[in-house]
Structures are given as C-alpha cells and as structure tokens.
Design a protein around this ligand. Structure first.
Ligand SMILES: [Zn+2]
Ligand SMILES: [Zn+2]
Length: 343
C-alpha cells in the first residue's frame, strides 16, 4: 500500500510499504479520508511525547471495512475509526475514561495511522480500538471530524457547559470552531471568542460566535464584561497553542467559573503564575482535557449526523496522499483552516 511515513522530524517519505494484515478479531479499514490536525504538524516539525518513529501519522480517520475477522463488522461497512486503543480492564477504562487508559496506544502516534491506504484495527485482545458505523447521510469527510468533536465533548463535559452559560473560547482554528458549535448545542447562550487573525475572526462569526475579539484588544477584559452584563464568562476554553492561562483570563471569569486547558502549549508559555486567592475567593475550577474516549467518538458521530453539524464547511483544503505536503503547508498557514487527505 501507499503511505506517508515520518522517518524523523521533518523527514517524510511517500512510498509503497507492506499492507498490515487484518488482526484476529479485528478489521482492515481502507482509508477514505483523514484529517490533518495541528498535532500532526507539531509531530512533523518537533516530535511529540507520544510519538514513536518511523510512523504513519493521521488520527482523524474514516473509511470502509476492506476485510473483517470480527463478528460486529463486515466488508463494505462505512466506519469512523476512534484512534485510541484501550485495555478495557484498568480503572480508567472501566469508568469509560479510556483516553486515560494506563496501557493506551494511539493510531498515528504510537501505532500507524490514517495517512495510508489501509489501517489495521484490533477489536479484541490485549489492546483494542473502536469503530462507529456511519449513517448513509454522513460523508467520509464529515466523519473525520468525529475525533476532534469527541475531544471537545470530553473537555466540555469536564467544565460542565450547560444551558445559559456564557463561554469564552480562546482561538478560532478548527478546534475553536468545533468548540463553538458543540457548546451551542449544549445550550450555551453567549459564545465569545478571542483570535488574533482577521480572517479567522470573520469565519468564527459565520460559525455562530456572538462576538469575536482581537487578542490585541487592550480593553479585552472590559469588553467581555460589557458583553456579559458585568458578570463575566462562566467557562473559558483554551483552544490555541499560543495562549496560556494568566490573570487577565481569571479576571474575565464569573464567580464559580470553570477553565479548560484543552490545548498543549510550548513550555515557555505553560508555566502558571496565578494568585491562588483569586481561585479561592471566586471558586474557580481549572480542568485539563486530553484526547477522547471511544464512547465520545460514538457520541460525536451521533451529534454530527443527527444535528447536521456543518463540520465539513470548515475544510479549506483537500489533498491526495501524494500531495500531503501541501495539506501540511496549508494547515500551518493563516489563510487556511482545515486540510484533509482524501483517497
Ligand atoms: Zn488531533
Ligand atoms: Zn485501560
């Protein structure tokens, strides 16, 4: 099969490699579409804590079952692939938080992923994955958004976004826009966003934000207060690799406010310097969110499909596997938002 193989940081090769065998009690999926995520860019340029070389990247995968040795799926089934493999036995797995499984492996990080014609998914045994069947109305490209939407669901569960909340989303890239759509479906009344780029600010309005601020706005805090009747926002989600939590954001929060540290950020920005008394007096909750569970992938497919979530409208660039470089280039540029590889 043809695959894009990352040999080491910044060294890619698109070449023929062996097609993985269909696992016992698993399936071989012929990839139809695979999203390019900013974490893929990070892995290409800098490496990643969970990455093992050489590696076929790609964790936002949809495709068709080409061969099945599982009783649950048959050849021709259209599926979304949840990228996590879990043990099913540890405490985290038993509680449904398998994104924190002690033995977790991730397709596109520690195992080969979707920037290839085929990907092998074990569905039983020591470590196993999860597939969700796609309804006929759901396209392969829309299904690639299930994984990032599932990550949003995970984060929004942890900050408990609910009816009537005012939510601030920092960053209007793919994940910021998906957070905005997901929060609205959960009943968020006001959605504010912060974004330095003019074009992205405009796009954020198209996807339903009530107000999008320029991160350079010197009166940001007051503007947020003006938009929320001087109460502040209930939730802040950091969906941006260039902004860290600091006092400015704490000041925008209403009493009882919740914060989601959703994006990993460079270590020079990641140190928290906060007055713990602010957290004490305002009863602030700070949560982290990393990845998503198998159940949240299923939930995301259900959400995208039943609510006709216009996720595919975020796509600004479609490339073939041979042109994956262009997709990476576009993902790093400000002019483009989401790139996907189509087969
Ligand atoms: Zn991702
Ligand atoms: Zn486990």
């Amino acid at each position: 099969m043809k695959a894009a193989i990352l040999l080491e940081p910044n060294k890619f090769e698109i070449k023929e490699t062996f097609t993985p065998p269909c696992p016992t009690k698993g399936v071989l999926v012929k990839v139809k579409a695979c999203g390019i995520c900013s974490s893929d860019i990070k892995m290409v340029t800098k490496g990643h804590r969970a990455l093992v070389y050489p590696r076929i990247l790609g964790h936002e995968i949809s495709g068709v079952v080409a061969e099945s040795r599982s009783k649950d799926f048959k050849e021709g089934d259209r599926v979304q692939v949840a990228p996590g493999l879990r043990c099913g036995l540890c405490v985290q797995c038993r509680e449904g938080a398998d994104n924190q499984c002690k033995h977790r492996e991730i397709l596109g990080f520690t195992r080969d992923g979707g920037f290839a014609e085929y990907v092998a998914i074990p569905l039983a045994g020591r470590l196993f994955g999860a597939l969700t069947l796609l309804s006929a109305n759901l396209s392969y490209e829309s299904a690639t958004f299930a994984e990032p939407v599932a990550c949003c669901i995970n984060a929004q569960n942890r900050v408990n976004i609910k009816e009537g909340d005012a939510v601030m989303i920092v960053g209007a890239g793919t994940l910021g826009l998906l957070h905005s759509m997901t929060a609205r479906l959960r009943g968020a009344e006001t959605i504010l966003m912060i974004e330095p780029d003019t074009l992205r600010r405009k796009i954020a309005y198209d996807f339903g934000a009530d107000r999008v601020f320029d991160s350079a706005d010197e009166n940001l805090c007051q503007s947020v207060m003006d938009e929320t009747d001087e109460t502040g926002v209930d939730v802040i989600i950091f969906a941006c690799s260039q902004a860290g939590l600091n006092k400015k954001f704490i000041n925008m929060l209403a009493s009882g406010g919740r914060i989601s540290i959703f994006s990993g950020i460079p270590s020079q920005l990641s140190k928290l310097i906060l007055d713990s008394n602010f957290i004490h007096y305002k009863e602030i909750t700070i949560t982290g969110a990393y990845g998503c569970s198998a159940g949240q992938n299923r939930e995301a497919i259900e959400l995208i499909s039943s609510k006709n979530l216009p996720v595919a409208d975020i796509i600004t660039c479609r490339v073939s596997l041979d042109n994956i470089y262009k997709g990476f280039e576009q993902t790093s540029s400000k002019e483009s938002i989401k790139s996907i590889v189509e087969f």
